[in-house]
Design a protein around this ligand. Structure first.
Ligand SMILES: Cc1cc2nc3c(=O)[nH]c(=O)nc-3n(C[C@H](O)[C@H](O)[C@H](O)COP(=O)(O)OP(=O)(O)OC[C@H]3O[C@@H](n4cnc5c(N)ncnc54)[C@H](O)[C@@H]3O)c2cc1C
Length: 512
């Protein structure tokens, strides 16, 4: 990266969001962009999570780009290595390689109100960009709880998203902390090899059977020969989930039936009533993400597994002490404790028009306009921003909606011409969030009686979209210029005219 490089768009991150943005920009005829990635390859989530058993919880034909269908998916729910390979393939086929800048961690980006661009500092140099598209991922920075005494632990410690493949767990006494989506995939994968597995469970998840199977050669042949069959399959998977979500968002009581099926799933696999009691949640199904596995419950019944129905409270040397006083001696600790979701680290690295960071602006809770832009942060947008997460469907659907919005944002700036920027109006941001939070009140995520990572420190759900993916698609099809203030760069100075401090804020209603 050269000292004075300037690009039209800087995309941050090369997961589904960043690569999708890159494809979309090229399709819009924009080639003056870079993708800044802190790691050494593409893939995001699917590069970083390589733990044993890592796989997607959404069928592959839906968990892939609509513009890059893959007739070759080997299983209905593909594993991490296949999804990662798919993203590498997308980077090649859409000729994204020349735009990728690896080992370029964005350290800070600051809005220059005079020049109307972002000054970006990365680990590999500086650049400026008219527009920043931040696709750093909601589940990208691992969160490890601050357990008292952790520094006294003499063994191996790692997070599920940073698996240490050089450390051999065979024959070891291992503690798995957490019972989220990653933990329930790890437990059955390592249980046969370890000497003893102690699972620290603060809250049991609801787990449903996983209808996973190999996709036959005949099916793949059909998808190759008749591409519309891939689309039809995707359409069916999407439609089912669009119908399901109504129960999550509007009629949580209807989930009682699903809850009964989930209880039967526990009863089938777990005969010991004491263990069954420990594993049965006391909140409405769907309040936390419903997990899918055929092997989790059977693994927990094996003689080398202990389920401690309590969170890890303290560590004393190699002894782990749970909140209920149970103790376990272990050689290694695996934290499956999630990510910095409602306190996304990138927010500390964005300094907006008022000289405040996005983290400061969001100190009382994340808020954006249509999940993308934030007031005071002109020409900056995020992919998978606040309230764009899903409880039951593919995040790729939401990412593609946001790419539509991004494409229109760039188009609108082109139409405005000259040096211009769009800054979300605070009133528009508030109106959008009020609508989202009003709808959220009825949802299972707010009424289901659980505490989940969907909620922020104030108990507000700033992560999930409380509607269907098609509703989000219509809400993000176009940028409504009325929701933005247009900023113009100051005109060139006449001799003797005092220097102006920043861009002129267009007082006329934008678009008028
Ligand atoms: C284990 C796991 C399983 C999942 N399963 C599902 C599922 O079944 N269905 C589903 O819909 N979703 C699932 N998700 C959610 C998943 O995160 C999204 O579906 C999607 O992959 C997010 O893509 P992204 O590009 O937004 O973020 P990511 O894939 O996280 O990519 C973000 C990229 O930004 C880079 N980055 C971050 N900060 C910086 C910086 N400062 N400078 C430069 N680069 C930076 C990171 O290195 C990373 O490459 C899962 C997530 C995890 C962790």
């Amino acid at each position: 990266m050269t000292e004075h490089e300037h690009v039209r768009v800087a995309v941050i991150g090369s997961g589904f969001g960043g690569l999708g943005a890159a494809v979309r920009l090229r399709r819009e005829g924009i080639t003056d962009f870079v993708v800044l990635e802190r790691a050494g390859s593409v893939g995001g989530t699917w590069r970083d999570n390589s733990y044993p058993g890592c796989a997607c919880d959404v069928p592959s034909h839906l968990y892939s780009f609509s513009f890059a269908p893959n007739p070759e998916w080997p299983r209905t729910f593909s594993g991490q290595e296949h999804i990662r390979a798919y993203l590498e393939h997308v980077a090649d086929v859409f000729r994204l390689r020349p735009h990728l800048r690896f080992d370029s961690e964005v350290k800070m980006m600051t809005w220059d109100a005079e020049k109307l661009h972002w000054a970006i500092e990365t680990s590999s140099g500086r650049l400026t960009a008219d527009i920043v598209v931040s696709a750093t991922g909601p589940l990208s920075d691992p969160k490890v709880p601050d357990i008292p005494g952790i520094d006294t632990f003499p063994g191996k410690v790692f997070h599920s998203a940073r698996w240490d493949h050089d450390y051999d767990l065979r024959g070891k006494r291992v503690a798995m902390v957490g019972t989220g989506a990653s933990a329930i995939q790890i437990v059955p994968s390592i249980q046969p090899d370890v000497e003893r597995l102690t699972l620290f469970q603060r809250t049991p998840p609801w787990v449903m059977p996983r209808v996973d199977r190999a996709i036959s050669g005949a099916e793949r042949w059909l998808h190759r020969q008749l591409p519309f069959t891939t689309q039809a399959r995707r359409g069916l998977l999407w439609g089912i989930r669009e119908l399901q979500v109504q129960a999550f968002t509007k009629r949580p009581d209807e989930l009682g039936l699903v809850e009964r099926l989930a209880k039967r799933n526990i009863a089938r696999a777990v005969k010991d009533p004491a263990l069954r009691a420990k594993l049965t949640p006391d909140y409405r199904i769907g309040c936390k993400r419903i997990l899918l596995s055929n092997t989790y419950y059977p693994a927990l019944t094996r003689p080398n597994v202990d389920v401690v129905a309590s969170g890890l409270a303290e560590i004393d040397g190699s002894t782990l002490v749970a909140a209920d006083g149970s103790r376990a001696e272990v050689d290694a600790i695996v934290f499956g404790t999630g990510f910095h979701v409602t306190d996304m680290p990138i927010a500390e690295r964005v300094v907006g028009a008022e000289g405040r960071t996005l983290a400061e602006t969001w100190s009382t809770g994340m808020k954006s306009l249509r999940g993308a832009t934030a007031a005071g942060f002109p020409n900056w947008m995020t992919i998978i921003g606040p309230n764009t997460g899903l409880g039951n469907s593919s995040m790729i659907l939401m990412i593609e909606s946001q790419l539509n919005y991004m494409a229109d944002f760039v188009r609108q700036l082109d139409v405005l011409g000259g040096r211009a920027a769009l800054d979300a109006r605070p009133a528009a941001v508030d109106a959008w969030n009020d609508r989202v939070q009003e709808r959220m009140k009825r949802t299972v995520w707010n009424t289901g009686g659980c505490t989940s990572w969907y909620l922020d420190a104030n108990g507000v759900n700033t992560t999930i979209w409380p509607g269907t993916t098609s509703e989000f698609r219509s809400a993000t099809r176009r940028v409504d210029l009325g929701e933005y203030e247009v900023l113009r760069a100051p005109e060139p100075r006449d001799a003797g005219e005092p220097r102006r401090k920043g861009a002129r804020r267009n007082k006329v209603e934008a678009g008028a």
